[in-house]
Structure formats: C-alpha cells, structure tokens
Design a protein around this ligand. Structure first.
Ligand code: SAH
Ligand code: SF4
Ligand code: F3S
Length: 439
C-alpha cells in the first residue's frame, strides 16, 4: 500500500465552511489523502476562505504569501483555494498568485478528486461553476471514525434575499434545500458515530423547503422529524432571517423538547430607513413583534443577533434607533461589524461613512451589547441547567460543555463523561463562561 498523502486544510468564515471542510477531507480521502494539522507535512494545502468583509478576504492573500517558503521547500506541494473568495475572485487569485495550483468554488467540491488529479499532472485547475449535479449526493458522509458530541449538518445553502451589503447570494448562489430523507439519514449516521447535538446550517436556514414525504417540508417539520431520532438529544439551527420565522417554527420552540432555547436572528439595524436601504424587507417594529411572539412560545429563549454599523447614509439618529431596538430586546449574545464595502453589491455604489464615525458607533454599540450579555449571563447564577460535555477542562476533574442557552460552562466536580448531558447548578459568572457544580 502506498503511503497516504497529507492534506492540511485551514478554515475561515462561517460554520458552513467548517462543514464543507469536513466534506472536502472526505472527498480527498478517496484520492489517498489523510488530514494533517501541520502545514509543513502537507502534500496539499487548502484554504477554505470567507469573502464577507474586506478583512476576511485580505487574509487569504497574506496567508498565500506565507506559503511561498513551504512551496520552495517542497516543490511537489499543491496549494488550493476554496470557499467564497475562490468563488468571487478565482481568476484574480490565479493571476496574482502563481503558486496557487487549484481554485474551487463552494458548489464544485464534489469535483475535487478530478481537480486534484489535474494538479498532479502539472496543470492548474479552476472550477467556480454552479453545476447542475447535486454536490451533496457525491459528498455524502462516509461513515467511519467515531466523532465528538456536536456536529454541523448543512440542510440549505445559498440565498435569494440580496441584502444590499452582502456577497453571499453571489458566492453561494441561489437557495437550494436538500431533500429531507437525505438529511435524516445523515443525522442518524452522525448519531451512530456518537453525536448528541446537531446544528442545522443554512445561509437562510429557516427558508428551508426540501422535498419530503407528502411534498415540501418546512424547517419546523424537519426539526420535528429529527426530534424523533433516538440518541439525538439537542437540535439547533442557524442562520435565520426574520421574514422566514414562520408560525410553525415559532411553535416548535415551544413544544419540541430537543430544540434548544437559543435563536440567532440577525436584524442588522434598528432604523426603518436603513433597513429599507439594506433591502431587509421588514421594519424595526415588525422585528420587535416577532421577538414577542417567539418569547410567548418559549419565554426563556436566549436571543442573539448581528449588527452592521455605518451602513451608507446611516445618521446618528438611525444609529440611535439601533441602540433603542437593542434596549427593547435584551440580547444574550451578538455579533457586530463595521460596514465593509463589497465589490459587486448594490451598496458598494453608495457614499461611504468616515471610518472614525463607524469606529465610534461600533464601540458604543458593543458596550451596550456587552452589558446585556453580562446581565443575561449573570442571571444564570443559582439556576440549574443542562450541560453537554464537550471536553476536559484545565483543572483535574473539570469538564467543559455548553448549556441549552449555548453558554460555555465549566463543571468542577464532573462525574459525567464526554458526550453526556448532566444537570448542573451555576455557581458563578465569569468573563466568557459560567462555573457550575453537579446538581
Ligand atoms: N445569512 C445570515 C448571515 C450572513 S453573513 C443573515 O442573513 O443574516 C453574517 C453577518 O455578517 C451578517 O449578518 C452581517 O451582520 C455581516 N455582514 C455581511 N455583509 C457585511 C458587510 N458588507 N459589512 C459588514 N458586515 C457584513
Ligand atoms: Fe446575506 Fe442577507 Fe442573504 Fe443573509 S439574508 S446571506 S445577510 S443577503
Ligand atoms: Fe463567509 Fe462565505 Fe460563510 S462569505 S460567512 S464563508 S458563506
């Protein structure tokens, strides 16, 4: 048997890239590759990239610059770029970086074995098509090794929303939902391999409408079917759009025992004027009323969101409206970003705000969000929660896991083992995690 070739893969960006990287490792497994965690050992290096903000995209070029020494030391080394930068700037990458052997867009990962073979014959390979054939069929999980207690599972990919600032509809293409039976099969397989918690992924996951028994299934219907899988204990999903939060999905948060009380629901801004210019298609008030309905179904749900500050034409008054919306909701978690101009998106044509204005607003927004996050976290002290143990802690006897609310919890006297779920009592709230003892 020939010695396996080694693949080093570095993943940037969102959770879907994490899922995709696993699939790429599996796909190249068929070409004789095993994964390595040291780039110096690798016969192939793949960068799975993100294009969402300028900084994310720039990282790719600086990382490629650093790879030059590796390639000089090992001329046989193949270097590939995958992910959203590959999709958006594939030809430019090839032009700017002669050391790149392979560029592959997110919809062509099932063609990686052929593309790899092309590079081995000494040619460069570029594939940024949106092929008709179903990549998920070719990239199906190959049941093998046992794995950790949590896993991602892509159910939907792409986006038809075209928010004025966002590259995703261009890099990931149009919305596609996978058939329900394929997802259920993949979920059962993950559970057989030790997974207890599955996070369903999609750029617009709650717009899921995959073919299933009796017609198209909604995300709620899919969650209810997953709820019936023995051995699967927890279900999460991300990322959702407010306009696709259907009644049945809200209801599922109330009556589906395995669906965790955590919802990431990006709003971006609290100003109706800006929401309109962003093409988000809802108002701040509609978002607040939606939150009320979600909380009516599941009062303890922890809410998370994304915010963009400094979108073109955002005034101090618009920004204040965003702060007001945040105060009205009380988020337990949030991500916030300065607006970043993305070539090819509608907002890129509009006048930009000065960077110091954006920086100042970002700091004020983050200060408010940090206060809320802290309050929500502190309110857990004294409560009993369930923790799924994901790894050993630094102290002897300590285990670390996540609560239902996605808080990291350090359990001092953990008697449970990896992959088990235990009731614990929260004793203290730290900077980024909670401390607990077995309840
Ligand atoms: N599909 C998700 C998230 C997409 S990207 C959704 O619909 O919300 C994740 C986050 O990145 C977005 O929610 C947004 O807050 C941020 N983002 C996207 N494009 C951006 C840009 N051009 N500048 C700054 N932040 C951006
Ligand atoms: Fe981007 Fe908007 Fe689609 Fe989210 S809904 S991926 S922000 S275009
Ligand atoms: Fe980035 Fe593409 Fe995900 S742009 S956020 S890797 S969908």
């Amino acid at each position: 048997m020939s010695t396996p070739k080694k693949l080093y893969i570095k993943t940037y960006g969102c959770q879907m890239n994490v899922y995709d990287s696993e699939r790429m490792v599996e796909a190249l497994g068929g070409s004789g590759y095993v994964e390595t965690s040291t780039p110096e050992d690798a016969d192939m290096i793949l960068l799975n990239t993100c294009h969402i903000r300028e900084k994310a995209a720039e990282k790719v070029y600086s990382e490629l610059g650093r790879m030059r020494v590796l390639k000089e030391a090992k001329p046989d080394l193949k270097i590939g770029v995958a992910g959203c930068v590959a999709q958006a700037e594939g030809a430019e990458i090839m032009r700017r970086q002669p050391l790149v052997d392979l560029v592959v867009g997110p919809q062509s990962y099932h063609r990686l074995p052929q593309l790899e073979a092309t590079t081995r014959s000494g040619k460069r390979a570029l594939d940024t098509d949106f092929p008709e054939d179903d990549k998920f069929e070719t990239l199906r999980h190959r049941p093998k090794a046992a794995r950790g207690p949590t896993a991602f599972l892509t159910v939907q990919e792409g986006c038809d929303k075209f928010c004025a600032f966002c590259v995703v509809p261009y890099t990931r293409g149009a919305e596609v939902s996978r058939p329900a039976d394929r997802i259920l099969e993949e979920a059962r397989d993950l559970v057989d391999r030790g997974v207890r918690e599955i996070t369903l992924l999609g750029q617009n996951v709650n717009a899921y409408h995959g073919a299933g028994e009796g017609g198209d299934w909604s995300l709620a219907r899919l969650i209810r079917a997953l709820d019936g899988i023995d051995g699967l204990e927890r279900i999460r999903f991300t990322t959702s759009h407010p306009n696709d939060m259907s009644d049945d999905l809200i209801a599922a948060h109330g009556d589906c025992a395995k669906l965790m009380p955590y919802l990431h629901l990006p709003v971006q801004s609290g100003s109706d004027r800006i929401l309109k210019r962003m093409n988000r298609n809802h108002t701040a008030d509609e978002y607040l009323r939606l939150i009320d309905r979600i909380r009516a179904a599941r009062p303890d749900i922890l809410l998370s969101s994304d915010f963009i500050v400094g979108f073109p034409e955002e005034t101090e008054e618009d920004f204040t409206a965003t702060l007001d919306l945040i105060r009205a909701v009380e988020f337990g978690q949030a991500y916030s970003f300065k607006y970043s101009t993305r070539p090819g998106t509608p907002a890129a044509e509009r006048a930009q705000l000065p960077d110091d204005v954006m920086t100042d607003r970002l700091h004020r927004l983050q200060a408010l969000l940090a206060q809320q996050q802290r309050r929500v976290q502190d309110s857990m002290v004294g409560r009993d929660v369930s923790v799924l143990f994901e790894r050993a802690g630094r102290m002897p006897g300590q285990m670390v896991g996540k609560s239902e609310y996605l808080h990291a919890v350090h359990v001092e006297d953990a008697t449970a083992t990896l992959g088990q779920i235990a009731r614990v009592r929260i004793t203290a709230s730290g900077t980024n995690s909670l401390a607990a003892v077995m309840a």
